[in-house]
Write a protein that binds this ligand. Structure first.
Ligand SMILES: [Zn+2]
Length: 231
């Protein structure tokens, strides 16, 4: 009897699946940054978000993909879609200030690049209702990314190279970004992941591979497990 109750409980837990909001940064109309080979950030974000969702689904979680159709132009319209989610993860790819761009020719077209910038970054907001949990999870994801061989960026903390952002957890690449709309309007712990710098020509190439995307997705899933969002 006890055993059957346990099995039923386990089955229920497996079916219901923890809901995780996977937010695709930018839209088709406002595609964000442009990579050193002329690919839009939205394209990078949506491809990675699909792989993250796939990884979460495989682990029994229920991802809620927000903005995957590229039509989500209003930032404030995003977070209401995360109803019932235990965590909100916004997926982006990074660039640098325009003043650091150099140009080169790729497939006959002039493109911008800035190879001196690299690495992943995570952002959390003190205006989110759960800043501590947001930070705990962002740090956990950062730690898992580092374990998988990725290095955190540092330039966002620099006033000249970046925007002089305050570190939330320097060791794991986590910055405070209090006014980021999706982070402060989310009703659950939230973080924004800049998976890497797509204006860095070498890093862009690495970020374009399936293997890298799977590694990032796996680090996200493991990080959410470490901070006890995923069972
Ligand atoms: Zn972005």
């Amino acid at each position: 009897m006890k055993r059957s109750i346990l099995i039923t409980a386990l089955l229920l837990a497996a079916c219901s699946g923890t809901r995780i909001a996977v937010d695709v940064g930018h839209s088709k109309l406002h595609p964000g940054a442009t990579s050193s080979r002329g690919v839009s950030e939205f394209e990078f974000n949506s491809t990675l978000a699909r792989v993250v969702a796939q990884e979460l689904r495989r682990e029994g979680a229920t991802p809620i993909l927000i903005g995957i159709d590229g039509k989500m132009d209003d930032l404030h319209a995003r977070t209401p879609h995360a109803k019932g989610a235990k965590f909100y993860l916004s997926i982006h790819h990074d660039s640098s200030k325009d003043e650091y761009f150099s140009t080169w020719e790729w497939h006959g077209k002039k493109e911008n690049y800035a190879d001196q910038f690299s690495g992943f970054s995570l952002f959390v907001s003190r205006k989110n209702p759960y800043p501590e949990k947001s930070l705990e999870c962002a740090s956990a994801i950062g730690a898992r990314l580092m374990k998988a061989g990725f290095a955190p960026s540092t330039y966002h903390a620099d006033k000249v190279l970046g925007e002089g952002r305050e570190w939330a957890d320097e060791k794991h690449g986590v910055y405070w970004f209090d006014n980021l709309v999706v982070l402060k309007t989310a009703t659950q712990p939230a973080a924004l992941l800049e998976a890497g710098v797509i204006v860095n020509r070498k890093e862009e190439k690495m970020l374009s591979t399936d293997e890298t995307r799977r590694k990032i997705a796996s680090a996200v899933r493991a990080g959410l497990f470490d901070c006890k969002i995923l069972p």
